[in-house]
Design a protein around this ligand. Structure first.
Ligand SMILES: C[S@@+](CC[C@H](N)C(=O)[O-])C[C@H]1O[C@@H](n2cnc3c(N)ncnc32)[C@H](O)[C@@H]1O
Length: 387
């Protein structure tokens, strides 16, 4: 199992693989691993990816074996004799662990230096608390699919299946599992619930969709919010789900079938997509591609893949998509722009710049979900309407 952890860390750190996909593939390739082995591999690899820099300081080395040694020592495991600890001295690790608290924030909180500079320059005093919240482990959050069942029915079904859930204050359809508990695959494939973070569930309600409306979901991806919008529309009206990724739209099609959603049309963005639909939509959602920094709890590998330049490129893309998608709106339509970033440069500043460039629009509502204040993923959302 230890060797499997090393291989996975090399895939994530050296080859830039996405952590949860790499783990899922390893599980698929090794069907004989039992529940405990899987739990051990997943937990070890996730925590090393999350705490890479801090563990590197404690271990005094950066290679996967040394990082794992530092993590397992933290977890109170006895390090196996047969393991070849490349240059790691366990006594020295204890000593260095006690010095960790006095190290610079980027080391303590395990992020690249460029990201620490960016976060502190954009968020100032808030950065400390948000960063520490983004390093916490995240519980699984569900959204009740009201097309199939009521919340009461879902709670009683889950309880009968031995799954404990808690309601989430302020979110009608959200149910939270206890930290560390997973939803068995057969239950989330059932269609009565979707896995969707509480922060993410705050975005679709900003659109105020109603049955019968024409809605464009311009960056639909695999459809987390498309399915939520479809449930709010009670299956009536039409949602056009667009994305540049055919693979994601195929996944959306599969999820929609399972969720009993029939009023979504999926389409890959093309050169006529907008031209043929100018001023046609009551509501438009732009859940824009972004740095994703607000979801670091669930994808800590992201911080090692992103760069200052990739975040800058994202900002250009966001403003282009936003400007284009406003053209979908009817005169009395509304557009919601959202990201799962907590950087103002991807959020409020994008909107402020748009409103300066184009006086046809005004800001009607705005929200910011803070992980430090809520324990949810960070989300930004705002509603734009015609003046
Ligand atoms: C934040 S994700 C969407 C998540 C999705 N709405 C959900 O709730 O599950 C952003 C999406 O934008 C898509 N995207 C990237 N570039 C795009 C572009 N130029 N136009 C439209 N979508 C784009 C990505 O493929 C990705 O699926």
């Amino acid at each position: 199992m230890a060797e499997a952890c090393v291989v996975l860390l090399e895939q994530v750190f050296d080859e830039g693989r996405v952590l949860d996909r790499a783990i899922a593939e390893a599980f698929k390739a090794n069907p004989k691993w039992g529940k405990r082995d899987r739990g051990f591999v997943a937990e070890s690899v996730w925590e090393v990816v999350r705490w890479r820099r801090a563990l590197g300081f404690v271990a005094g080395a950066e290679d996967p074996r040394s990082l794992l040694a530092a993590e397992w020592r933290r977890q109170g495991f006895t390090l196996p004799d047969w393991w070849e600890w490349s240059g790691v001295d366990v006594g020295e690790m204890e000593n260095r662990e006690s010095q960790l608290a006095s190290q610079p924030r980027a080391i303590r909180e395990s992020i690249p230096d460029w990201l620490d500079l960016l976060g502190s320059s954009e968020l100032g005093d808030r950065w400390d608390a948000e960063l520490s919240a983004l390093n916490q482990r995240a519980p699984v959050c569900l959204r009740v699919n009201r097309l199939i069942a009521s919340k009461e029915e879902v709670v009683s079904w889950l309880n009968d299946e031995g799954v404990e859930v808690e309601e989430v204050e302020g979110l009608d359809d959200a149910l939270m599992l206890p930290l560390g508990k997973l939803l068995p695959k057969r239950l989330f494939q059932d269609g009565r619930v979707e896995i969707q973070d509480a922060g993410s569930q705050t975005v679709a309600p900003l659109l105020g969709v109603e049955p019968g409306m024409r809605v464009v979901d311009a960056c639909a991806g695999a459809g987390g919010k498309t399915l939520q919008l479809a449930a709010a529309m009670q299956g009536s009206g039409e949602i056009l789900a667009l994305d540049v990724s055919a693979r994601k739209l195929t996944e959306l099609k599969r999820r929609a079938g399972r969720a009993g959603v029939r009023n979504v049309r999926m389409e890959e963005w093309g050169k006529n997509t907008l031209k043929t639909r100018i001023a046609s939509a009551d509501r438009v959602l732009v859940d824009a591609p972004c740095s994703g920094l607000g979801t670091l709890r669930r994808q800590p590998d992201l911080k090692w893949r992103l760069s200052k330049e990739s975040v800058e490129d994202m900002r250009d893309l966001q403003s282009r998509i936003l400007e284009n998608c406003l053209e979908f709106l009817k005169d009395d339509g509304q557009l919601v722009y959202a990201t799962c970033s907590l950087l103002p440069s991807e959020n409020e500043q994008q909107i402020a710049e748009l409103l300066q460039r184009d006086s046809r629009w005004r800001l009607d509502a705005e929200m910011n979900i803070s992980p430090a204040a809520t324990g949810w993923d960070a989300f930004y959302g705002c509603r734009l309407v015609k003046r």
